[in-house]
Design a protein around this ligand. Sequence first.
Ligand SMILES: Nc1ncnc2c1ncn2[C@@H]1O[C@H](COP(=O)(O)OP(=O)(O)O)[C@@H](O)[C@H]1O
Ligand SMILES: [Mg+2]
Length: 228
Amino acid sequence: MALIEMKNITKDYHLGETVVHALRGIDLQIDKKEFVAIWGPSGSGKTTLLNLISAIDEPTLGELKIAGKDVRLLSDDEKSEHRNQTIGFIFQGFNLVPVLSALENVMLPLQIKGASVKEAKKQALMRLEEVGLSELIHNRPAKMSGGQQQRVSIARALVNNPSVVIADEPTANLDSETARMIIKIMRELNEKDGITFIFSTHDQRLLDNVRRFVRLEDGRIVHGAVNT
Ligand SMILES: Nc1ncnc2c1ncn2[C@@H]1O[C@H](COP(=O)(O)OP(=O)(O)O)[C@@H](O)[C@H]1O
Ligand SMILES: [Mg+2]
């Protein structure tokens, strides 16, 4: 069963009298354990597409199935569960809590779910080690570089053991060398743990390490390829 199945998906936004056609007929299937880049210029529909995959938003027309289920038939609770249990999110602006250390930031999602401090700490330390940050766990975000902060947020996205990680332009605030490192870390986690990664980018240079990319332009898929 495909993780995500889109058939002829359109998404319109209504701004007063104006209609913005953000997605115009998307056919896309993403399987479990894939590593997929959604690549396209600003305004091409990347965030809209990721929001549909996360069940944050619904298509205007077309069929969207998440893990085999039509999203129109999912209750609000089921959609929240999909977001909270299945998906880990990584953001362009890192979104770390400034007054918390790296360790505390990564522990937070587990503590919100009611895990003990001891258990949260154990899981968080493991995830921080995976992203190569064991030395910096007591630093606050302001004492870290952008690349280090994004590694903290990768660890935070993983700490609830999601099966899918969605990252909307995770490297947009980073220099190109750091951006490549972030994609490489995500790729290694994909290979090692079989976590599905779906990320967006406008930077073609990041596609080397990517198994599959989907090129968006004006809300349409104009090119898709699988790197071997
Ligand atoms: N909430 C919204 N209301 C109206 N228009 C929107 C909204 N979100 C996005 N759009 C428009 O939809 C198109 C696609 O946007 P978006 O998915 O954010 O593209 P990208 O992430 O590739 O920059 C753009 O024209 C954008 O202005
Ligand atoms: Mg966007």
